[in-house]
Design a protein around this ligand. Structure first.
Ligand code: ADP
Ligand code: MG
Length: 707
């Protein structure tokens, strides 16, 4: 493997490394480590400073430290427990002696011999019989060829800053250390750098070869603290490289989705500003104004908009979207306003029509529940351009409906729409500006990552006069208090939700629990009220009937599984009781809670949990009771669960990074995005240079559609 082809070296299967046979190669492959490059991109998760060897005479109980010395004597000792043997040795340096004990590692009798020089790293304890001992230390026999670093004559496992790897199947941190060391030894002097040279120079990123070497076996004098925070130039360089290619791929994907110049020009003049003021019944908050400005700038730009507007339920996104819609309509364009469900579309329609009644534009509803004849009529008004703002479900742009001049598509609660549906739109000869709204905010870094091909606007400010929902956490033994609270709201003429979790694995049980509970509540504590039930197995028509009845106030208590999550808007519902709240994720609980607190009256949310609660579940419920800010909750959620779980794994389109960590390294991600955008706009981003980027992207993130 003395090949001078650096790229080949990195793509060499790990099996050819010393200490990796077919079995270990398989174990590594299962952890996605197949090549030398994969291995070198598997960074230690922490580093230990074993550089300073402590004189044995200075050892103190409780210390974790490294010592070096000569083996005076060693051997196996039986214990009273049958089959349990202890390997002991006496180690000596100029300053003193210490006993070293290895529990149940009889094979060591063939490893150590008297007179050997060894280096140990481990914890110092007091012996029951007096004196000190080091138990089960990492050890290294200094004369052993394998464990010598040929470059510096140093050691691999001690006497230096030592990398500590996550165990991979049967490969212990120690064996990984050896394998990685071997891989580094075999690297040729020059390894091809994947970052463009200009970028590398400008940001002072070490060469890849250097970064691999220093990130695994840091040179003497490196700050261990910096290493453990992954802040050394070597680590940051590798992380940056990963993020840079990721962002570059996103930008390429986005550029390729871009059609270039829009077939329309949108202007905003004094007349249009006045029209906007005319429909506005209140003053926009600062965040609303900023978001609107960003959106209108996009509308006026020659490139099609692809923007995500994030903000909690009730934070005032809709009015911002409607003002944007007004601008489009005043410019002679049509607008589609789409919701995930028909019932939501109907609610939006009522709301939108009310706001726009002060404008010169009528609002049109187009859903599958309309009679066929009406639907045909509406369809032709959409096609001839008479209908300007059309509210419906996603079927609006996916089905048979033809728009004459669709300029803006507003999409509620459908994160991925922006990316996925552009193609559908284009197939229909449409290329509108797209505004996606979501009430499931995600931290900004993740937004850059998960939706890197969308621009992001945020509304975080609370609307004036809005009271946050008061949230209480109750053990199930005190459920009666929750029911009392519901009865109090019902007496005041309000309505309530009772929510049950629905977990796929136990779906049948859960449904039975919800159904049974609805019946019990109706017959018991709420016998004077009207109790309704909805869950996923209730046929759509019946479900919508129940939801509509609840919205109309003819049902007082709605027992539901999480189907209500995306949400209906019933301002008169002022209390929500969530059963088995510990079974929900934080973001989901927050979403559910957003169904109350939509009117001027103070609303309540009661989280009922099993009497025994894990620490993690307790932390979730606590977080929810502490704050109603969806962004803060999203950040807590991310911290509690990590990015993988946060998005519910890969299907969400969020890649799992190998060296980078979205939480720890979010600044680098932002820098990577800026740098990638600048590089892509520069003269170096030629097709021959982009080809490897596409290949790297495809290999690393496995996402199709960038080619
Ligand atoms: P979202 O779409 O983010 O869920 P909405 O746009 O439906 O929120 O706003 C919730 C309610 O607050 C609506 O009744 C809306 O008219 C009202 N609202 C929005 N912005 C303001 C504001 N700046 N001041 C007062 N009320 C507002
Ligand atoms: Mg809304």
């Amino acid at each position: 493997m003395s090949s001078s082809h650096a790229a080949d070296t990195l793509q060499t299967p790990v099996q050819y490394l010393r200490g990796v046979g077919p079995r270990r190669a398989e174990e590594l492959a299962a952890a996605d480590v197949r090549t030398v490059e994969d291995l070198l991109l598997t960074l230690p998760y922490r580093y230990e400073d074993r550089a300073r060897l402590q004189p044995i005479g200075d050892l103190r109980p409780g210390q974790v430290t490294s010592v070096s010395g000569a083996v005076l004597s060693c051997g196996l000792r039986a214990t009273r427990r049958p089959g349990f043997r202890i390997f002991e040795m006496l180690l000596q340096d100029e300053s003193g002696r210490v006993r070293v004990t290895f529990l149940n590692q009889a094979f060591l009798k063939d490893v150590f011999k008297a007179q050997q020089r060894v280096v140990l790293h481990g914890k110092v304890d007091r012996r029951p019989t007096g004196g000190l001992q080091i138990t089960n230390p990492d050890y290294e026999i200094v004369s052993d060829e394998h464990d010598r670093d040929n470059d510096g004559g140093g050691l691999i496992h001690s006497g230096r800053i030592v990398p500590v790897y996550e165990k991979i199947a049967s490969l212990t941190p120690k064996s990984l250390r050896r394998v990685v060391h071997d891989a580094l030894q075999r690297l040729p002097a020059k390894v091809e750098d994947s970052l463009p040279d200009t970028v590398r120079r400008e940001l002072d990123v070490p060469s890849r070869r250097q970064a691999f070497a220093d990130a695994h076996f840091p040179p003497p004098g490196t700050s261990v603290e910096a290493l453990n925070q992954f802040r050394t130039p070597a680590q940051q360089g590798l992380i940056f490289e990963e993020f840079f290619f990721f962002q570059l791929g996103l930008l390429l994907r986005r550029r390729e989705a871009d059609t270039g110049v829009k077939p329309r020009r949108i202007v905003v003049d004094a007349r249009i500003r006045q029209a906007a003021r005319d429909i506005l019944p209140f003053r926009l908050t600062g965040d609303q104004r900023n978001a609107l400005r960003q959106i209108v700038d996009d509308l006026r730009s020659p490139r099609a908009m692809n923007r995500l507007l994030q903000g909690d339920v009730g934070s005032g996104k809709t009015i911002v979207a409607l003002l944007a819609a007004l601008v489009a309509m005043e410019n002679g364009l049509q607008v589609a306003f789409m919701s995930p469900t028909e019932i939501l579309a109907e609610q939006h329609y009522a709301n939108v029509a009310r706001v726009l009644s002060r404008s010169r534009f009528a609002t049109t509803l187009l859903t599958g529940t309309l009679p066929a004849k009406t639907r045909r009529e509406v369809g032709s008004r959409v096609a001839n351009g008479a209908a300007r703002l059309v509210v419906g479900t996603h079927a609006l742009v996916q089905g048979e409906v033809r728009f004459r001049d669709l300029g803006l598509a507003i999409i509620d609660e459908q994160h991925r729409f922006g990316v996925v549906q552009r193609a559908t739109l284009r197939d229909k000869g449409l290329d509108p500006d797209v505004l996606v709204m979501t009430a499931t905010p995600i931290p900004r870094t993740l937004a850059l990552t998960a939706y890197g091909d969308l621009d992001v606007s945020e509304i975080r400010e609370r609307l004036p006069g809005r009271e946050p929902v008061k949230t209480t956490v109750l053990s199930e033994s005190r459920r009666a208090r929750a029911h009392d609270a519901i009865r109090a709201e019902l007496r005041a003429g309000r309505q309530a939700f009772v929510v049950y979790p629905l977990v796929e694995e136990s779906e049948k049980l859960d449904l039975r629990a919800a159904t049974q509970m609805a019946a019990e509540l109706q017959a018991g504590v709420f016998r004077d009220a009207r109790v309704g039930l909805v869950h996923g197995r209730v046929p759509t028509a019946e479900r919508e009937r129940t939801m509509t009845a609840f919205a109309a106030g003819t049902i007082d208590v709605l027992v539901a599984t999480t189907v209500i999550e995306v949400g209906i808007d019933v301002a008169n519902a002022t209390i929500m009781v969530i059963e088995q709240a510990e079974r929900f994720g934080l973001a989901q609980l927050h979403q559910l809670r957003g169904r109350v607190g939509r009117g001027a009256t103070r609303s309540h949310c009661v989280l009922i949990h099993a009497s025994r609660l894990s620490d993690a579940a307790r932390a979730r419920l606590r977080a929810l009771a502490d704050t109603t800010d969806g962004f803060e909750i999203a950040e807590r959620d991310l911290e509690l669960r990590g990015p993988g779980d946060f998005f519910g794994t890969r299907q969400s389109g969020v890649p799992l990074f190998r060296v980078g960590d979205l939480l720890r390294d979010h600044r680098l991600m932002e820098e990577a995005r800026r740098t990638a955008a600048a590089w892509l706009a520069g003269p170096d981003a030629t097709e021959p240079r982009l080809a490897p980027v596409r290949r790297t992207w495809a290999r690393r993130f496995g996402l199709a559609g960038v080619a």
